[in-house]
Design a protein around this ligand. Structure first.
Ligand SMILES: NC(=O)c1ccc[n+]([C@@H]2O[C@H](COP(=O)([O-])OP(=O)(O)OC[C@H]3O[C@@H](n4cnc5c(N)ncnc54)[C@H](O)[C@@H]3O)[C@@H](O)[C@H]2O)c1
Ligand SMILES: N[C@H](CO)Cc1c[nH]c[nH+]1
Ligand SMILES: [Zn+2]
Length: 398
């Protein structure tokens, strides 16, 4: 946090100059100019191989149709005296979309950020993402931005990008909401700027917790654990199982898939530091332990996952049954893959259309309503010692 605060202070004080200098230091590239020309996004889409275009279109379509169901409805309630009480939803004006890009590239996160923002009706989408070693973000990230209708992309990442979106610089506009996942620096920066801007959640290094019984296959459990461990050395991969045979088979199953693994170093570090296999005496006990951790992703590889899911209180997303590897949720199931981590699923949920909206209360009293309730308002105001509050009602009633 001390490092992040130093980065944020520099961005606030020095603006674009700090973005150049910090990106050069952390990403090895001076991003001058910061903005990716809009035509580059269209060109990247044109250059995308047909099979990848099809996969992106399928993901986009499924994510869009799921998020369209999330649009919240306005509320209009008539009180007992005919007074109007309501709640009205409106989009924020500007959204900052963080797309990670340090240890892997995340075109899927472009879609997971941009689709709900567009469904919400946000006017201006400002995407930030770190430049790769060649100086530009990954080609497919740019292509996905084009597909999702994002035109404004800046090649800056890390805490400095979050600072730019929160404070604004000469080039990057200050936004109302920052969404999107990232590593520890990004996540702590979002936490630090919260209050100046809204954020979706603390969606940091990935986590998976698998609850498995005797019906689960060791190789599939291993693949699912490795799939999150490979994101980041700080990723967590935990298995809670009631099957001694499965627990005993796991070390060999993991080792086999780690052989010649292209991301073996990151993955091994994550497993060593944040990996765990726990033998539980019942599925109920496993559910309790899972709730203590409140995982970002919870997989239920058990005979009756729906019954077990009912017992779970805290999880960012629950994946049920043998045909639901967590990876389907990462890419195209439909619900958002940007999810709270580090125990914050106790009080936060997935990025959604509401992330990019806020609601305003509406109240319209008529004379009858004020006459019926005014004396109670006066009594309450006087009990709080707030003279003019009471007066504002009295002057209408008299
Ligand atoms: N929770 C979720 O919903 C979710 C979804 C997708 C990805 N993720 C997570 O997102 C993260 C992506 O991380 P990443 O690193 O690949 O990309 P990233 O874009 O989050 O971070 C890269 C940036 O970190 C900064 N950085 C790196 N080292 C630094 C240092 N020593 N000091 C200051 N800044 C530094 C650099 O500016 C760099 O641009 C992973 O942790 C992954 O698990 C989470
Ligand atoms: N598992 C990540 C969320 O923790 C999301 C993701 C994107 N691409 C692959 N995985
Ligand atoms: Zn993933």
């Amino acid at each position: 946090m001390a490092r992040v605060e130093e980065i944020l202070s520099r961005v606030q004080a020095e603006g674009d100059a700090a973005l150049m200098e910090l990106t050069e230091r952390f990403d090895g590239v001076r991003p001058d100019p910061l903005r990716i020309p809009p035509q580059r996004l269209a060109d990247a889409w044109q250059a995308t191989p047909a099979s990848l275009k099809d996969a992106l279109r399928l993901a986009h379509q499924r994510i869009l149709s799921f998020h369209q169901h999330q649009l919240p409805a306005d509320l209009a309630v008539t009180g007992p005296h005919g007074e109007l009480l309501g709640r009205r939803w409106r989009p924020v004006q500007r959204a900052g979309l963080y797309v990670p890009g340090g240890r892997a590239s995340y075109p899927s996160t472009v879609l997971m950020n941009a689709v709900p923002a567009r469904v919400a009706g946000v006017q201006r989408l400002v995407m930030v993402t770190p430049p790769g070693p060649g100086g530009e973000p990954h080609e497919t990230v740019l292509a996905a931005a084009h597909l999702a209708g994002v035109e404004e992309v800046y090649r800056v990442g890390g805490a400095q990008a979050i600072g730019a979106l929160a404070f604004g610089t000469a080039t990057i506009p200050r936004v109302d909401v920052i969404s999107g996942p990232g590593n520890l620096y990004v996540t702590l920066a979002k936490k630090a700027v919260y209050g100046r801007v809204a954020i979706d959640s603390l969606a940091g290094p990935s986590e998976v917790l698998v609850i498995a019984d005797h019906s689960a296959r060791a190789d599939q459990v291993a693949a699912d654990l490795l799939a999150q461990a490979e994101h980041d050395p700080l990723a967590a991969a935990i298995l809670l199982t009631t099957s001694p045979e499965l627990a005993a088979a796991m070390p060999a199953a993991l080792a086999a898939q780690l052989e010649n693994h292209p991301r073996a170093e990151i993955t091994r570090t994550a497993l060593n530091d944040w990996g765990l296999i726990v033998l539980c005496d019942s599925l109920g006990r496993a559910a309790q332990l899972s709730d203590c951790f409140a995982p970002e992703h919870l997989e239920l590889l058990v005979e009756d996952p729906e019954i077990l899911a009912e017992q779970i209180q805290h999880a960012g997303a629950i994946f049920m049954g043998p045909y639901t590897p967590e990876a389907v949720g990462d890419y195209l199931a439909g619900p958002n893959h940007t999810l709270p981590t580090a125990g914050t699923a106790r009080f936060a949920g997935a990025l959604s259309v509401e992330t990019f909206m806020r609601h305003t209360s509406l109240i319209r009293f008529n004379r009858e309503a004020l006459e019926a309730t005014g004396s109670a308002v006066i009594t309450l105001a006087e009990s709080e010692g707030l003279h003019s509050h009471a007066e504002s009602v009295k002057r209408r009633l008299n």
